[in-house]
Design a protein around this ligand. Structure first.
Ligand SMILES: [Zn+2]
Length: 167
């Protein structure tokens, strides 16, 4: 951290991080990615950055937030982002929000919202609507249970494993 950033208030620091996330999102478009950028910060420092790489990497999960969280975990050598802030150019979609919950991120800050994303043709709002309002019978992807007698075998193996690493 430079002397200059130490003098910045928390609000100023967060505005600078958000500016950076928006810059990453705009640069992403110019580099063949989607218009989304994110970064993970901890203790006043940026740990890792990410941008949307869905079409470039043929990976529908390569959203800006997921990319930034993957890079942050690699950088910190952990699967937990406890104590971290996820700064993203746009409100996280349900997948990224769930990923941040799994990663135990302390806080998420976003700038553009799901309505801004919808205006640009992105499904975030539609997915939120699915989770909030639509019965599963109306989802475009069918989700069905196939109940086999050994369905809990993986969990029994997990619970029986004495050296497991809980997460
Ligand atoms: Zn997402």
């Amino acid at each position: 951290m430079t002397a200059h950033t130490r003098e910045m208030s928390v609000q100023e620091l967060e505005r600078a991080w958000m500016d950076e996330a928006i810059r990453l999102a705009t640069d992403s478009v110019l580099n063949g990615g989607g218009p989304f950028g994110a970064l993970v910060a901890k203790g006043g420092e940026i740990v890792a950055i990410g941008n949307n790489r869905v079409t470039a990497t043929l990976d529908p999960t390569a959203h800006g937030e997921v990319s930034a969280m993957r890079a942050a975990c690699k950088q910190l050598g952990t699967f937990s982002l406890e104590g971290c802030t996820l700064v993203t150019s746009c409100e996280p979609c349900p997948m990224c929000l769930s990923s941040a919950l799994w990663a135990r991120v302390d806080r998420i800050i976003y700038s553009a919202d799901r309505h801004d994303a919808a205006m640009a043709g992105f499904d975030d709002r539609k997915f939120y609507d699915l989770f909030e309002k639509k019965p599963q019978s109306m989802w475009p992807t069918r989700v069905e249970q196939l109940d086999l007698p050994n369905r809990t075998a993986p969990f029994e193996a997990w619970l029986a494993k004495t050296d497991r690493i809980d997460y």
